[in-house]
Design a protein around this ligand. Structure first.
Ligand SMILES: [Fe+2]
Length: 194
């Protein structure tokens, strides 16, 4: 029977194989650590990231938690100016694209590079937050009664925004191809011992 070690996380305790736990701990790095799809969250090395993941989960919210009744009334009235309407439509159009770009990059670029499982939890949760942001825009569109294509088309001809999107998307593509080139390596002798 192999030697065991007991670790604690908050008020919970876990019994792990001592040798495997030590190997897993040593192999954990934010980047360029052990690549494995098997269970290796424990023992925790990046407690701060695990705590952050828990905090993020506890901050869950839904777009519908915010009532838009007052916003709808204002939109239908003459309380807000044409310039303000333009700003709102522009903001919704711009962020419709931005939320998708951020979420996609967190999952397919940043999370691919990170190897520490505690940080992967954080990044997965971050992508979930971007989904909520995107859903918030859907909620705004439906509440106010806006055409998303009209909002999107408003910034298509703005050169600075076009240049920024081109910069982000082209860099994301090149980073993504470098991620997929090293996507799966044959397990090393250390990894196969887990
Ligand atoms: Fe966002």
């Amino acid at each position: 029977m192999s030697a065991t070690t007991t670790i604690t996380v908050g008020n919970r305790s876990f019994v792990l194989d001592k040798e495997k736990a030590e190997q897993a701990y040593q192999a954990k790095k934010v980047i360029n650590g052990r690549e494995t799809m098997f269970f290796n969250i424990l023992p925790l090395k990046y407690q701060w990231a695990y705590d952050l993941y828990k905090t993020m989960k506890n901050n869950h919210w839904e777009p519908e938690d915010i009532t838009m009744q007052k916003d709808v009334e204002q939109w239908r009235s003459d309380e807000i100016t044409d310039v303000e309407r333009w700003i709102i439509k522009m903001g919704i159009g711009y962020f419709s694209a931005a939320e998708g770009i951020v979420g996609d990059n967190i999952l397919h670029v940043v999370r691919e590079v990170v190897t520490a499982p505690e940080l992967k939890l954080v990044l997965g949760r971050h992508a979930h937050e971007e989904n909520i942001h995107a859903d918030s825009l859907v909620y705004m569109l439906s509440s106010i009664g806006l055409n998303p294509h009209e909002c999107e088309a408003m910034f298509e001809d703005v050169p600075t925004i076009k240049a920024k999107n081109h910069f982000v998307v082209s860099n994301s593509r090149s980073l993504r191809s470098s991620c997929s080139a090293r996507s799966w390596k044959a397990p090393s002798s250390t990894a196969s011992s887990a």
